[in-house]
Design a protein around this ligand. Structure first.
Ligand code: NDP
Ligand code: OXD
Length: 311
C-alpha cells in the first residue's frame, strides 16, 4: 500500500517528496505521474493541483489531503471524487505568516501611510488627525483558522475588531456578526476590511459595489484570500471616487494577473503576487503526515472539507 503525491503546479516537488518521506518513514510515497504504478495500492493522495479526473481512478483511496488551505480549485467538477474524505491544510507557519501580512497592512492603513505617500508626491507637509487604535474599526470576514489568529493579534494591539462569519465565533475581544442579514451592520463599522473567507458560490463577488458602498467613506481593503471575492471593476470605481481609500490585494481572479489588468497601475492599489502566506513544505509535511497516520488508522482528516459548503 502506498501514498501518492500529485501537484501539476508545484515548482518544488523534490522538496515536498523529501519532507513527506522524512515525516512518513516506513511508508512508500509515490510521485505522480512517474511512480504511480498500480493505482489500487494508493490509500492516500496528497494533492496541490491534481489532474482532472485522475483521482477517480484510485479504487482504494481512503482520503485526499490538500497542500493548500483553500480548496476552491478542488471543488471544480472532476477534480476530486465526492465520496472520498478531503482534508485541507491548517498549519501554524501558514497562520503566522498570514497574521504578519494582515498586521502589516492594517498598521499601514491605520497610520495612513497610503495618504502620506500621496502628500509626499505633492511635497505637502500635512499631519493628518490622530486616531487611537481603539477608535479604529477593523473587520475580518472569516474568523477561521487564519482569520481568528489575525483578529486576536489585532485585539492585542488595541484595535476595535469585529468578525463576520456563517456561524458565531467566540474570539476574545472580537465582536461577532453572523450571517447575511448582519453583513451591512458589520461593514458599516469597519474602516479596515480584511477578507479571509474561502471562495465558494456564496462568497464569489462578495466585495461588490453594494458591500463596498456600505463601508465608511475612505475605508481600506486588505484582500488576502481569493481574487474572485472581488468584482474588479466595482473596486476600481470605488477607489476612483474615494469611497475606498486604498486596497492591498494579494490574490486575483486570474493568476498571474495579466499585464494589462488595471489593478497593476492603480495608484491606490498595493499588489502582491499571492504570497501572503505560502505553504511551507517543512511544516506542512508534518501536519499532512499527522493526517496520513490518522487516515491509515481509520480516522477522518482533522480539518475535513464539507463538500456541500465547499470549504
Ligand atoms: P477556514 O475554513 O478555517 O475559515 C473560513 C471562515 O470563513 C470560517 O470562519 C467560515 O465561517 C467563514 N465563512 C465561510 N463561508 C462563509 C459565508 N458564506 N458567510 C460568512 N462566513 C463564511 O479557512 P482558513 O482561515 O484556513 O483560510 C481562509 C482562506 O484564506 C482560504 O480559503 C484561502 O482561500 C485563503 N488563503 C490565502 C492565502 C494566500 O497566500 N493569499 C494562503 C492561505 C489561505 P464558519 O466557520 O462559520 O462556516
Ligand atoms: C492556500 C493559498 O490556500 O496559498 O493555501 O492560497
Amino acid at each position: 500500500m502506498a501514498i501518492l503525491f500529485m501537484d501539476k503546479n508545484a515548482d518544488n516537488i523534490d522538496r515536498w517528496l523529501r519532507e513527506l518521506r522524512a515525516n512518513l518513514a516506513g511508508h512508500e510515497i509515490r510521485q505522480w505521474p512517474e511512480e504511480v504504478g498500480d493505482r489500487s495500492e494508493i490509500e492516500v493522495a496528497i494533492v496541490g493541483l491534481p489532474e482532472r479526473g485522475e483521482l477517480e481512478r484510485y479504487p482504494n483511496l481512503k482520503a485526499i489531503l490538500s497542500t493548500w488551505a483553500g480548496v476552491d480549485r478542488l471543488m471544480a467538477d472532476g477534480m476530486v471524487p465526492r465520496n472520498v474524505p478531503l482534508g485541507r491544510l491548517v498549519d501554524g507557519s501558514l497562520r503566522a505568516d498570514m497574521t504578519l501580512f494582515v498586521l502589516h497592512w492594517v498598521l499601514h492603513f491605520h497610520r495612513e501611510i497610503h495618504l502620506y505617500r500621496e502628500l509626499q508626491a505633492e511635497a505637502r507637509w500635512q499631519p493628518l488627525p490622530y486616531r487611537e487604535t481603539a477608535e479604529r474599526g477593523v473587520g475580518i470576514m472569516g474568523l477561521g483558522a487564519l482569520g481568528a489568529d489575525a483578529a486576536e493579534k489585532l485585539v492585542g494591539l488595541g484595535f476595535a475588531v469585529a468578525g463576520w462569519d456563517a456561524v458565531a465565533k467566540d474570539v476574545a475581544g472580537v465582536t461577532s456578526f453572523v450571517g447575511a442579514n448582519r453583513l451591512h451592520d458589520f461593514l458599516e463599522r469597519t474602516e479596515i476590511l480584511v477578507s479571509l473567507l474561502p471562495l465558494t458560490p456564496e462568497t464569489e463577488g462578495i466585495l461588490n459595489k453594494e458591500t463596498l458602498a456600505a463601508l465608511p467613506r475612505g475605508a481600506c481593503l486588505v484582500s488576502c484570500a481569493r481574487g474572485a471575492h472581488i468584482v474588479d471593476e466595482h473596486l476600481i470605481a470605488a477607489l476612483d471616487d474615494g469611497r475606498i481609500g486604498a486596497a492591498a490585494l494579494d490574490a486575483f481572479r486570474q493568476e498571474p494577473l495579466p499585464a494589462d489588468h488595471p489593478f497593476w497601475g492603480h495608484p491606490r492599489i498595493f499588489l502582491t503576487p499571492h504570497v501572503a502566506a505560502k505553504t511551507n513544505p517543512r511544516t506542512a509535511a508534518q501536519e499532512i503526515a499527522e493526517d496520513v497516520r490518522r487516515v491509515l488508522a481509520g480516522q477522518p482528516p482533522r480539518y475535513p472539507v464539507d463538500m456541500k459548503r465547499g470549504y
